[in-house]
Ligand binder design. Structure first.
Ligand SMILES: Nc1ncnc2c1ncn2[C@@H]1O[C@H](COP(=O)(O)OP(=O)(O)OP(=O)(O)O)[C@@H](O)[C@H]1O
Length: 271
């Protein structure tokens, strides 16, 4: 599928992800064991499970972000629209440009204005962009992040002057501005108040029209509210690897899971 990004260019967005027999290691420690999962394009998938079961680790392997840690490596495959992310000659920096990430704590660049924050990724990618195209991209990205109306009169003010929820939406605008095919979100609302959380959840709902979104969350209600499918991970004990226990439509995971441990977890009996 393609759409206009508002600067006169047609772009492809919202690709499928297929994880096959993936093991993730930190040095000699197997953190995630043998995960296979197919994620549809333009959908929201939630990763849930108790602390330490490997949700963030797995998420980071979907754009090779784990490789910034020495010794972290994978075996198996991650295919994005059929292309192997780990294939020979694939540049991890290019992968991270196409598969954006939003982190737990909003992390706008403190010295940059709101506008320059939105453009930061584009500039890092050395993309030449005219002033008018930059203005248009800033506006489109902030609109997509549901932030335009709140900041349009102060685009040259520092991003740090925004509330936590606004800063997180600014980070989402920055991620969107580089036209990613997939957006990975690692507990994007954990540092936000309930109103900002709802604003970001509304945004996630809108984003799935264009993007494939994968979100790690500890908040069961959030997983139920925003995701189409949910993957439940579990861990047998400290030092053991995390495993995918069940992956299904979100309604099934919450109302009629196949596994007892899924039911125990979603009903709050452990974790
Ligand atoms: N940088 C690292 N070096 C070594 N081991 C790590 C590193 N990061 C995570 N781990 C280990 O990998 C396993 C999975 O951790 P991960 O953070 O992915 O779990 P999680 O499910 O996201 O947990 P949480 O919900 O607490 O964030 C844990 O045993 C953790 O201790």
């Amino acid at each position: 599928m393609s759409k206009s990004n508002g600067v006169g260019k047609s772009i492809s967005v919202g690709k499928s992800i297929s994880v096959k027999d993936l093991n993730v290691y930190y040095g000699g420690f197997l953190a995630v064991h043998d995960v296979s999962i197919d994620i549809a394009p333009r959908s929201v998938t939630a990763f849930i499970g108790p602390s330490g079961c490997g949700k963030s680790t797995l998420l980071r392997t979907l754009n090779r972000m784990h490789e910034v840690l020495p010794g972290a490596h994978v075996t198996g495959e991650v295919l994005v629209d059929g292309d192997d992310l780990y294939g020979a000659g694939v540049d991890p920096v290019t992968v991270r440009r196409q598969i954006g990430m939003v982190f737990q704590r909003p992390n706008p660049f403190p010295t940059m204005s709101i506008k320059e924050n939105v453009l930061a990724g584009v500039r890092l990618n050395n993309r030449r962009i005219s002033r008018s195209a930059a203005d248009e991209l800033v506006e489109t990205s902030l609109h997509s992040a549901n932030l335009w109306n709140e900041v349009k009169d102060r685009l040259d003010k520092p991003g740090q002057g925004l509330s936590g929820g606004q800063q997180q939406r600014l980070c989402i605008a920055r991620a969107i501005a580089v036209e990613p095919q997939v957006l990975l979100m690692d507990e994007p609302c954990s540092a936000l108040d309930p109103i900002s959380t709802l604003a970001v959840e509304d945004l996630i709902n809108e984003l799935k029209d264009s993007y494939t979104v994968v979100i790690v969350t500890h908040n069961m209600q959030q997983a139920a509210r925003v995701s189409d499918k949910t993957a439940f991970f579990n861990i047998a004990g400290t030092g053991k690897p995390g495993k995918l226990i069940e992956y299904a439509q979100t309604a099934t995971i919450f109302n009629n899971p196949a596994q007892k441990s899924t039911e125990d977890y979603v009903s709050g009996r452990f974790g």
